[in-house]
Write a protein that binds this ligand. Structure first.
Ligand code: MN
Length: 512
């Protein structure tokens, strides 16, 4: 079991207040769950302490770690919401309740349901930290799935592959995604998983040795030419993603070039390109395998240079070159934007991390159908300096399906659950789910019919737009309302949702 010291040791220079809060949550959870056991027979606290530990290791801020420690208290123990709020404050309560709410999102086992489930899952969370806690909770449950009764294992593992993995992918959390996939794979596809394992052992009984040898050669070369500040590591491809690739390649292991990969983490973008040149001098690159995801990031924000080379020893290696920042983003995705350093414990309530990431761009009108002229004036002149985080604006850009079919884009497109829907945000960070092609009018009616009926204008990402402008994933939309504004027949030309169309028609009829 992870001790409180283990958890605190993962946090980079925590303040005394941080330490005290986390310790309090740790002890509180231990007490609340003291009579509970896991299926393994171990104390329940092995689970909650592990969730807290993993969150700390990811660099999450103290309140998220607290909420991770407390995440099962409301659901599984006599502890109430009031208890959590009194002891840990509004924000920790908000997170714990969010996680509790998500556990009512159930897996139905049909594709149609799964798609709405994934959306519901994201939308229900409201706060990205709730999703991250839930994903980490699932990771530990998958790690201990062997102890769960057999009839439950199937459902949980399937749910992991179909709901949790796509969400982790979309959030750019590559490390977590790979771990979840490889843990679920043997339960959901026992035969295929065995087949992949056999192929792997036959082909690479000594994969790690091979990689370690090649790594030393490369490390030496980079140092010789004066690149001193870098870090190398390697990995063998995840079994589940190898399985998908093998299926596409008629199970021919020799046509898969990214089985073995080496990673170089350097200090600057300039050093990335420099390393690429050095590698191509050292080892022969394979044609058409060089990919510049730094200049052209993947839709989920992923950045790196990729190349595939044949070494002197005849090994084919994929090499990924990136900066430390890109590395952190590719491992932890959105979580890497919620840095521990950005928030320390204060008494200020912070109800939404989306809201915290997106500063108050303008005062929100979305909930104020009857905002006075006065208020509109004031809001327009509100200064804004911070930028919208890149991952929000890129969260759901469409995939380029004309890409080289051997690339990962095919894999990505398969698990793309946003293809027919977009997610846009209110200025305070609430998520609104709309069909592709929706406009500000649809957004306004989705917020409230009164807002829709009195829409005067719209701003998308702080800029005034025409009402018929199509919204894109990740847009931040703000509706200006006026008492005197009313639906126009023109709106019917560009309102997409049936809700908006129905409301507009009925308003026009009343008018006549
Ligand atoms: Mn749990």
């Amino acid at each position: 079991m992870h001790s409180i010291q283990d958890i605190l040791s993962q946090i980079h220079s925590p303040s005394d207040a941080d330490k005290a809060l986390i310790k309090k949550a740790y002890d509180y959870a231990a007490e609340a769950h003291k009579d509970h056991k896991r299926y393994s027979g171990e104390p329940y606290m092995t689970h909650t302490s592990s969730v807290g530990y993993k969150l700390a290791a990811m660099g999450m801020e103290p309140r998220t770690i607290c909420a991770g420690l407390l995440h099962d208290t409301i659901e599984d123990t006599p502890v109430t919401s009031e208890d959590i709020e009194r002891n840990f404050g509004e924000e920790v309560l908000f997170l714990v309740e969010g996680v509790t709410k998500l556990s009512s999102v159930r897996y139905y086992g049909t594709d149609r349901h799964n798609e709405s489930l994934r959306k519901l899952f994201v939308a229900t969370s409201q706060d990205i930290r709730v999703l991250i806690i839930k994903l980490v909770d699932r990771l530990h449950n998958m790690e201990t799935l062997g102890h769960v009764p057999a009839e439950k294992q199937q459902r949980i593992a399937r749910e992991t592959l179909e709901i949790y993995v796509p969400v982790a992918h979309r959030l750019g959390m590559g490390k977590l995604r790979k771990e979840l996939e490889d843990l679920a794979f043997p339960y959901v596809y026992p035969e295929e998983s065995k087949r992949v394992a056999d192929i792997l052992t036959k082909r690479f009984s000594k994969a790690e040795e091979i990689l370690e040898r090649e790594r030393k050669i490369l490390q030496k070369r980079l140092a010789e030419v004066g690149l001193i500040d870098f870090h190398t590591s390697f990995r063998v491809k995840g079994r589940y993603s190898l399985y998908h690739k093998l299926k596409r390649k008629e199970w021919d292991i020799d046509s898969i070039y990214d089985l073995l990969a080496m990673r170089i983490v350097v200090n600057s973008v300039e050093d990335c390109y420099r390393s690429l040149g050095i590698i191509h001098e050292l080892w022969r690159p394979l044609p058409q395998r060089v990919k510049d995801y730094i200049a052209f990031p993947k839709p989920n924000g992923y950045q790196s240079l990729h190349t595939t080379v044949t070494t002197q020893n005849g090994n084919i290696l994929e090499i990924q070159i990136r900066t430390a920042q890109m590395h952190r983003e590719s491992e932890f995705g959105v979580a890497s934007h919620i840095l521990y350093k950005q928030t320390t414990v204060t008494d200020e309530p912070k109800p939404s991390m989306f809201g915290a990431l997106i500063p108050a761009l303008f005062r929100p009108f979305t909930r104020r159908a009857t905002a006075s002229e006065d208020e509109i004036e004031k809001s327009v002149s509100t200064p804004h300096s911070q930028k919208i985080p890149r991952w929000i604006s890129q969260i759901g850009q469409t995939y380029n399906e004309t890409e080289n079919p051997t690339s990962d884009f095919v894999e990505d497109a398969e698990s793309d659950f946003f293809s027919n829907r977009i997610f846009v945000f209110t200025p305070i960070g609430d998520v609104v789910d709309l069909p592709v092609g929706a406009t500000s009018i649809d957004f306004a009616y989705a917020i409230h019919s009164e807002v829709g009926d009195h829409t005067f204008g719209a701003k998308v990402n702080r800029k005034l737009v025409q009402l018929d402008t199509e919204l894109k994933n990740g847009d931040i939309v703000e509706i200006e309302t006026r008492k005197s504004a009313k639906p126009s027949p023109k709106w019917l030309h560009f309102a997409k949702t049936s809700l908006a169309r129905r409301r507009i028609k009925s308003a026009l009829e009343t008018e006549n």
